[in-house]
Design a protein around this ligand. Structure first.
Ligand SMILES: NC(=O)c1ccc[n+]([C@@H]2O[C@H](COP(=O)([O-])OP(=O)(O)OC[C@H]3O[C@@H](n4cnc5c(N)ncnc54)[C@H](O)[C@@H]3O)[C@@H](O)[C@H]2O)c1
Length: 284
């Protein structure tokens, strides 16, 4: 099956980015948000992001209009019934995701592939909430989705070869470079990245250096495009905490145990760019 019609659940940082990627590459996109205002804001944000690409000469005004015309937003999950593929990109919480997979399984046609954009959670747990576990996999985009070429395709133990081939073809049609990985917490990138980010917070907490100097050191010394605190603010501190908790739950390795400062910042709602304050201030 060729994937033409994509459903997305969740209109946060990643849901919006994936919608833009898929619409730009010619797919029909139906994005479900729980609130109409959020859905409308997401559409406006996407138009703005595409307009910037037109300004930079990466897209024509006609392509921009076409991409926007391919996206519809809804608050009704039932509108995703006819999709070939649904990608959920809601909060990184296993209970919420399992509940959603159960609902999607009842709503969507039996051939629809149900995928999760989870960063770390066990995909098999979502698959087993459905009557089609062989049609469930992980499709992990990176942030910001329009700019990052990688997609991790996560293969749960009982996913079918057809499912894996169809989502790979979809990722490639979106212009992405997929890699396949087993259903193990953190997959490839986050299993390697999050001990580093967590230990950066540990360094800061122990007073070894300022956040600015730690960021400058990792940019200047390792050639990273941004330092760990700028990256944590981009990912979102709540999402980062959930990722570390899922990694710790799976491996019980102290490198994954969230540093107390990170937890305190999440409690204080200092979540990074999305709340305009995290390690840095984004109010200006
Ligand atoms: N932020 C990143 O860098 C990044 C990168 C790759 C993957 N992810 C993954 O993508 C998913 C979404 O992350 P995000 O960064 O877009 O988060 P976000 O906080 O920007 O958005 C989460 C969305 O989920 C919605 N939501 C919360 N609880 C819900 C529920 N019970 N039912 C339905 N919707 C609910 C929120 O209203 C919000 O629109 C997570 O699984 C995350 O791990 C995040």
């Amino acid at each position: 099956m060729t994937i033409k019609r994509l459903g997305i659940v969740g209109s946060g940082i990643m849901g919006s980015g994936i919608a833009e990627v898929a619409a730009r590459s010619g797919h029909e996109v139906i994005l479900r948000s729980r609130q109409q205002e959020t859905a409308d804001a997401m559409l406006a944000g996407m138009e703005k992001s595409l307009a910037k690409q037109v300004e930079r000469g990466k897209l024509t005004a006609e392509e921009q209009a076409d991409a926007v015309s391919r996206v519809t937003v809804t608050t009704d999950l039932g509108d995703l019934a006819e999709c070939d593929l649904v990608i959920e990109s809601i909060v990184e919480d296993l209970h919420a995701k399992r509940h959603l997979f159960n609902e999607l399984d009842r709503i969507c046609g039996e051939d629809t592939i149900l995928a999760t954009n989870t960063s770390t959670l066990p995909v098999i747990e979502m698959a087993m909430e459905t009557g089609r576990p062989e049609r469930v996999c992980g499709l992990h985009f990176f942030n910001p989705a329009p700019a990052m070429p990688l997609v991790e395709i996560v293969r749960p133990l009982i996913a079918s070869d057809d499912t894996m081939a169809e989502v790979r073809a979809f990722a490639e049609a979106c212009g992405k470079s997929p890699v396949e990985v087993k259903d193990r917490a953190g997959f490839i990138v986050n299993a390697l990245l999050f001990p580093y980010l967590n230990n950066a917070v540990r360094l800061l907490e122990s007073g070894v250096a300022s956040k600015e100097d730690i960021d400058a050191a990792m940019k200047g010394g390792c050639g990273f495009p941004m330092g760990p605190f700028a990256l944590l603010d981009l990912v979102g501190l709540d999402t980062s905490l959930s990722i570390l908790e899922a990694l710790y739950e799976e491996f019980k390795d102290s490198n994954y145990a969230p540093v107390p400062l990170l937890r305190r910042m999440v409690t204080a709602e200092l979540l990074g760019r999305k709340t305009k304050r995290g390690f840095y201030d984004y109010h200006k």
